[in-house]
Structure formats: C-alpha cells, structure tokens
Design a protein around this ligand. Structure first.
Ligand SMILES: *Cc1c(COP(=O)(O)O)cnc(C)c1O
Length: 240
C-alpha cells in the first residue's frame, strides 16, 4: 500500500476514535453513568493488521474478531500486550478446540451444547474460559442466540458446567431506523440482564452487557449497555 493512503487511513481512524470516545462518554452520562462505565470494543473483522495496530496504539484495549481462522492468522502481527481479545462471531463446535485459550472471552455462546464443548476444551487445556451468553432478543429466524423465553433455564444449565464462567450477555437486535423501536430491544435486554443478576446464581457474574454497534450504540448505551462493539465507525467501511 502507498504511504499516503496508509497515512490518510490512520488519520481517519484517529478522528473516528476520538469522536466515538466522545459519543460514548456523552451517552454514558445521559444514562446516569460515568464515561468509564461503557467499554469500546474495536471490531476487527476484515481489517488488516497495520490498521488494527494503529488503533491499539491510540489506546483501544479491547478487540473482537468474528472468525477463528482470521484471528489466528492475524494474531502474530498484532501488538496485543495488555489488550483484551474476544471472539464475537458464531462459533461452530468443531472450531472450539482451536480458539479456547487464545482469547480472553467467547461472546457468542448460543447453546448449551456449545458451552459444553468449550468446557471440554478448557478442561483439556487446564483452563477456565469466560463467556457471554448470546440472546436472540428479536426472535429472528436469521439470528443466532438463545430464545429470551428460555433464557433463565438455559443460564441455569450453563452455570452448572465446569471450567466456564458466565460474565454477562450479548445481543444483536433487529436493525431498525426507528430509534424508539430500536431502543425497545435494548431495554428488554437490560431487563433480562437485571433479572438474571438479581437471581445471584452460582458461577454467574452479570457484569457485562454487550450490545450496540456502529449504527445504534448510542441507543444501546442509553438503555444500559456496558460494552459496545464498533467496527465500521472506527475502521471505515468493510471490504470483504
Ligand atoms: C461486525 C460486527 C460488529 C460491528 O459491526 P459495525 O456495524 O461495523 O460496527 C459488532 N458485533 C458483531 C457480532 C459483529 O459481527
């Protein structure tokens, strides 16, 4: 790549990061919290390592990758000291062994079966793995995640599985240009989050509520998100 192109993209990422930090802080305060109560995850799928490293150099300390293969392929090129890594995409059970121990958290746990596979792989490696449970908050056929109606019993079941720890919930609600409708899904997620937290189940820490992406993170924060996953608004439009 030409240096001028790289420099221009670095500048864009710098401006985007600054704006995102301001917007996140403002929404956190509007929701009655502190700016530091909401974490920004840089979503790095399809982004080349040079741009990810630039974002890390600016202070991003949390990244999310969707695909096991892509992450493992890029990882050695990344400056990951002090950076928290999450796998955020749908994880197939046959990929579990490759990823356990390579990331700090697996965010899209959408079935008891997957939780059991992560448990088995963790036990084999002598590890404990932190997970988020993914909820299909809009009940969409096209989306992964646990049916909200089955959430409590599913969490209860997963919480009894060894070598994994539930740290919170994540969701990708239906896309909706209507702010009001968009916020209802986030508000429903927050209710589930509180319901489960109030149950104080063994081996369940409800401290992370991962919701909100480039197009809707402000709404998500206003409804209680503690972690927003931002890709295109940070790195620019994705080229697949
Ligand atoms: C790609 C992706 C994101 C980020 O999407 P943007 O709209 O680019 O911010 C967030 N969460 C998940 C699970 C993703 O796959």
């Amino acid at each position: 790549m030409e240096k001028a192109y790289i420099d221009a993209r670095f500048a864009d990422i710098g401006e985007n990061y600054k704006r995102l930090k301001d917007d996140i802080a403002e929404a956190a305060v509007r929701s009655g919290r502190q700016p530091g109560d909401v974490r920004l995850m840089g979503v790095t799928k399809t982004v080349e390592s040079i741009y990810i490293n630039h974002a890390l150099s600016l202070g991003i300390d949390l990244i999310g990758e969707n695909r096991v293969q892509e992450y493992l392929g890029k990882r050695d090129e990344l400056q990951l000291d002090g950076v928290e890594k999450h796998l955020i995409g749908h994880l197939q059970t046959n990929k579990v062994r490759q990823i356990v121990g390579q990331v700090d958290m697996i965010d899209g746990v959408d079935s008891v079966k997957l939780a059991r596979e992560i448990s088995k792989a963790s036990a084999k490696k002598g590890l404990e793995t932190d997970i988020l449970v993914e909820i299909n908050i809009g009940n969409e056929d096209s989306k992964f995640g646990i049916d909200p109606a089955a959430l409590i019993e599913t969490i209860d079941e997963i919480s009894g599985i060894e070598n994994i720890h539930i740290r919170g919930l994540m969701a990708i609600p239906p896309i909706n240009d209507d702010d009001k409708k968009n916020r209802i899904f986030f508000a429903n997620m927050y209710k589930l989050f509180l319901d489960i937290r109030d149950k104080k189940l063994d081996n369940v820490n409800m401290d992370i509520l991962s919701m909100g992406m480039s197009g809707d993170f402000v709404n998500a924060i206003l409804e209680g998100s503690t972690m927003v996953r931002v890709g295109s608004s940070l790195f620019g439009r994705r080229v697949y």
